[in-house]
Design a protein around this ligand. Sequence first.
Ligand SMILES: [Mn+2]
Length: 251
Amino acid sequence: MILLVISDLHIDTGKKLGTFGWKAKAFMSTLDKVIEHYGVDQVILNGDIFDLYKYSYNEIAEVNAKIIDYFNQKGFIQLRGNHDIWVPHTHDHFYIKNSEGKTIHIEHGHKADFLNGTRIGRFISVTMYLFLKWLVRFRWVERKFYSAVDYFDDVNRIPRKYNTIKYLMYALKLLKKYDMVILGHTHKLESHKVYYLNSKKIYLNCGTCSLGRFQAVVVDTESFDFETIKIPRKSEFDVSQLPIFKKKKGN
Ligand SMILES: [Mn+2]
C-alpha cells in the first residue's frame, strides 16, 4: 500500500493571520497530481488540518466547504493535531502492520510538548488561546504578543521554539515499539534511518502544507521505501519530475 502523509495545512478563513496560503483549487489539483504520480492508495492528513485557535470550525467550514468535501469524498484519514483537536471524525493516530509484521505508526506529534501533550498543559494553553482569541481583535496587541513570545519568525511565521531534537527523541521512544514513525507538527520535513534496538528504524516528519508550500512523505508500506516531497512555492512545477522510489519486484 502506498501512503501519502501531509500535515499542518492550518486551513483558516483566509482573513486575518492567514496561514494556509493556498487557493483551494490549486491545492486540490497539486494533491491530485502527486496522488497520481506515486499511485497513492491512502492519503493521511496528519493533524493541524484546520486552525481553530482563532476561528471556530463553522467559520472555517463555511469558507472551505469545497476542500472539506474533497477530503471526505476521497476518504482521506484525518488525524488530530493540537490546532484541530476538536474537529469531528478525526483519529488520534494511524497504525498499519504489513505482511512481514513490520509496523508503521503515524501521529501529529504535539504530545511531545508540555503545553499540548499533558492534561494540565492543554488546560493552560486552551485558556491562554481563548484569551488570545479575544485579544487579537486589537491589532497592536496581536503584534506585541507575537514579538513578546517570539512565536513566529518574521518571514515564515514558523514557531521558533520548535526544537526538532525534542520530536526526534519522542519518535525514538515510539520506535521502541514500531518500525516506522511519521510525525508532523514541527513544519520541518525530515527523514532519519537509524539502527536501533538491533533493527532498522525510520523516523519521518511530513513537514507542512502551510503558507503555499507543499511538503509530504510517501511510503510503500510493504517495502518501507519512502520519499520526502517538496514542491517549490508559487511556481508552475511539473510533478512528474518528483523522484519516485523503485518498487520491489512483485509489489
Ligand atoms: Mn501542531
